[in-house]
Every structure is written in C-alpha cells, then in structure tokens.
Design a protein around this ligand. Sequence first.
Ligand code: HEM
Length: 523
Amino acid sequence: MLLNTFSTGGETEGFVLSCLSLAIVFTLVNIVTSSRTWLVAHSPISFLKRRARAWLFLFQGPKIIEEEFNKAGPGKPFHIDVPENRYVVVSSWKHIKEIDSAPDHVLSLQAAAKQLLQPKHTMSSFNWMDKRGAEGIPLIRTLRVMLTNHLPEVLPQIRRSMSALMDNEIDSAPKLEDGKTMTPKLYHIIIKAIAHSNALAFFGEDLAKNGKFMKAAMTFIEQTLLIAEILRLLPQFLSEPIGKFLSNKLNSSSVIFDTLLPVAAERVDEYARAKLGQKVPEHKDCMQWIMESAPRNSPWTAERIVYELIALWFGSVHITSTTVCFAIHDLCLHPEYVEPLRKEIEATGWETFEKSGGKCFPLLDSFMKESARITPVESVSTRRMALEPFKLSDGTAVNPGEWIVTAARGMAMDSSVFSKPTDFQGFRFADPAVVAKIDSRPSFSAGDKSSDFTSISDWQLWGTGRCACPGRFYATAVMKAMLGLLIAKYDMQLTDPGAARYFAWRTFIYPFPGTKISLTARE
Ligand code: HEM
C-alpha cells in the first residue's frame, strides 16, 4: 500500500520490496539471537506474543497505543514494544513537564528525529548531532520569530499562488456529467499547494517556480519516508551499506542539494558584500533569515544552510498536508459547518486575515482544532530519546536508547478536559459570543473554553514547551488560507463517506491518496 504512493520506477520498487523483506527477516533473526537471556527467564510463548505485537505495531500503532492507554488508566505511564525499540508513553501534564525540564543530553528530540529520519542516508549525508544545543538556535529563531513576524508580508503572495495552483489543478480534473462537478485527486493537489507555499516561504519565488526542483522536492518526502523505514528495521551492520545503496538509487535529495547550494552560496556572498556597504538584493525568506541568524563570529557556510533547509522541508510539508487533508474530510462529513465558516471568511475578508498574520477566522480555527483533535495524524508527540538514564517522579525508568513520548491521541479524548470527547463539535474552541454573531443555531453554541489552534497548553499537537513546533503559526495560517479558499469557492462532498479514508503506519495515519472528493464551483 505504502509503495503505491511512491513514484519510483518498477525496478526500484522491486529492489525496495526486497530491502523491506530483508529488513524483516534480519530483524527477526536479530531479535531471536539477542533475546536468549530473556527467553531463558520467560516463557517462549509470552516472548513470541510480545514480539508479534511489536511487529503488529507497524500496521496498528494507533489502536495498540489506545488499548494500552485505556488499560493503564488516566495519567499512568505505560510501555509499548516496537520492532526495534521500546517506548515509555506518558499522558499526565506533570510528567510532560518533567520531560521538558530534562536537559538535552538526557532526553533529546534531535536524537529521536535522527532515528526517525536517518538523515545520513536520506538527506545528502547530513549527519545530525544527537543533541541540538546552540547549533539549533538559528533555525528555531528563523521560524518562531522571523517567519511568524513576516506573515503579514508573505501571506498575500502565498494565498494568491496557492489559489492559482489549486484552480488550475481542479479545473483540469475529470468532470461529472453535470459538467460543473470536478473529481480531482485532492490529496495530491494539497501536497503540491503546501509544497509550493513552503518553497516560497523557505527559498523564495524563483525556486518555487522551478519545476524540476519542485518535482524532486516532493519526491524527496516520499523517498525519505521509505528509506528511513527500511533502515530502521535493518540490523546495524546492514544499514550502512544498504543506506548508501538506497540513497544513490533514490537520489532526489541530491537534486535538491545541488539546486539549493549555488543559491545559498550567492546569498552568503551578498551578505558579505552588504557588510562592506555594497548594495545587494533584498530577500525575505527562511534561507536568508537562517543565514542572518547564524553566530556572527562563525557564520554558516552555504552547505550548512542548505542542510538545515532540507531537514526543514521534510518536517514541514508532510504533516501540514496530512492535517489539512483530514480537515477537508471533516468539512465534507459535517457540512452544517460550511455556511457559518463561509460567512466568517466573507465577512472578514482576505486582507484583514493577512494583516493579522493568519490569526483571524476564529470559527475556522476552532473547526481545524476539533478536526485535528478527533483525527490526529500522529498518535504520539513530544518524542525524546534517552541518551542517559532518566526517571519520572513516579519511578518509571527510561533506559538509554529508549524513547519517551506522550499519548497525544489518548489525551485528546480525555473527558475531564473535553466534554463529550467523541462528539465532533466544530465550534467547541470558539468563544460562544463569536459563534452567536455568525449563526444562532443552538447546536453550535456548546463549547469548552475557547482556545487557539496554535495553543500548546491543552493538547499535544505541537509538542511541548521549549521544543514545541516553531513553525506552528506559519502552518496554521497556511492551512487556514487553503481551507478558506476551498470553502469560499466550492461545495465539497466525499464521494463515498463510508469508505476507509486512511491507513496506519507506526504512530501515523496517512490519507488514502485515492479518496474521491467532488468539488462543485459555487455560482
Ligand atoms: C500541522 C502541521 C505541523 C504539526 C502538527 C507539527 C508538529 C510538530 C511537533 C509535534 C514537533 C515536535 C515538538 C516536540 O517534540 O516537543 C514539531 C517540531 C518542529 N516543527 Fe513542526 N509541525 C507542523 C508544521 C511545521 C511547519 C510548517 C514547520 C516549518 C515552517 C515546522 C517546523 C518544525 C521544527 C523546525 C521543529 C523542531 C523544533 C526543535 O527542534 O526544537 N513544523 N512540529
């Protein structure tokens, strides 16, 4: 199934499948040989059951986490075995605070991300350090401060080009007999539009318009997922040669690297000339801000800047596209919300939305939050790998190499925080006075406390504390722009609302790319 989404040639697919099979066989051998001591102490049956469940986790991760979460009870940590590791899963805010307080050399997000993405083989040999430290500040500052503060300037161009791209793709999709209802491959269009928007914000207009670069940049996301998954399942001694082979064969990251490098080199040169008082072009994008945020006493090379951008690219396109895709499904499943959302968008206008840096549209904000609460792309959040032994205040231990994560999906269903948690209440996070102004239907007035989509205090979508997603203000603004454009222009329907819309892989859920949504242009 996963392979259907990959645009590799047949020969490569065959090779990749062989690697996956190899990965599974070697990991099984590895488990059996490395677990002799455990087997002596426990019954072989219970050992096999545990390992089978660890492998089942690949396909049923969210379900297994939910079962263990319910078994453990509210706020109690529990363990999950996965093929290559063990996770400690927590769900109390007290424990989450303890994770956030642990220093980087004890619990590290960067080390967990490194295992997840295998950057050495997926990102042109970019070998991350296990802990980020001061090296990470330029990227975080770029996103959290510079990009967020410049949203009023960058959003108009992003919205206009996103609108043109979507119109173009949707208009050229097959039409139903009525001649005005289109049935495009919407997920594909969403990825393309988010990728284009991110390219504008990260690298500037020229690269966003470069077709070859953009094609490689989108393929890179799929290839990263695939290579990283194969390498995570392989034993150590095989991951190096197979990683090298795969990164040569599936080489979209080199296309990106080779395209970005001369552009970054030019920026570095311009920056040096500007310091000498020469007049140079002005750029407002992340490439520029990362360079300008690097330490003055040891400025970053063009290569270093490009590596940061490549890592950022993967992390930003995939999760944003998936989250917005499920919000579109929810608009189709709960059509009663479309009219009030339309009224809000039309009454506010794009100019006000953009001037606010994407903060406007409180009803849409609440709808998006409810959608991501009920159908979170990620079942866990706040991933940290233990680099040194770590203990929670209740005595739960995390050994070096193991991960500690939060039960994001389970916490989002906590009835002590969210009333009737399994009900979809699109305006549950909006101020009732704002809801009443737009629509007085009683079904819309029920709500928990109002809370923004970007908030990090009542849910785990964006992670925790000092590591919480620094791109969340940008991501939220872009998702609102995309949803707003679709709501304003089209009536949308899931062709088969009862059909399965997603599948699970580890802790993620992925939308089926073939899910059909029909779009009818409004009169
Ligand atoms: C719906 C979209 C997104 C979601 C749900 C999301 C979620 C997350 C989460 C859960 C983390 C880890 C936080 C932690 O472990 O405490 C994270 C980290 C990060 N995100 Fe996002 N993210 C999204 C979009 C973006 C975008 C668009 C960007 C860039 C513009 C971005 C940049 C980053 C970066 C750089 C980090 C690493 C932070 C660090 O190392 O301290 N994310 N994100």
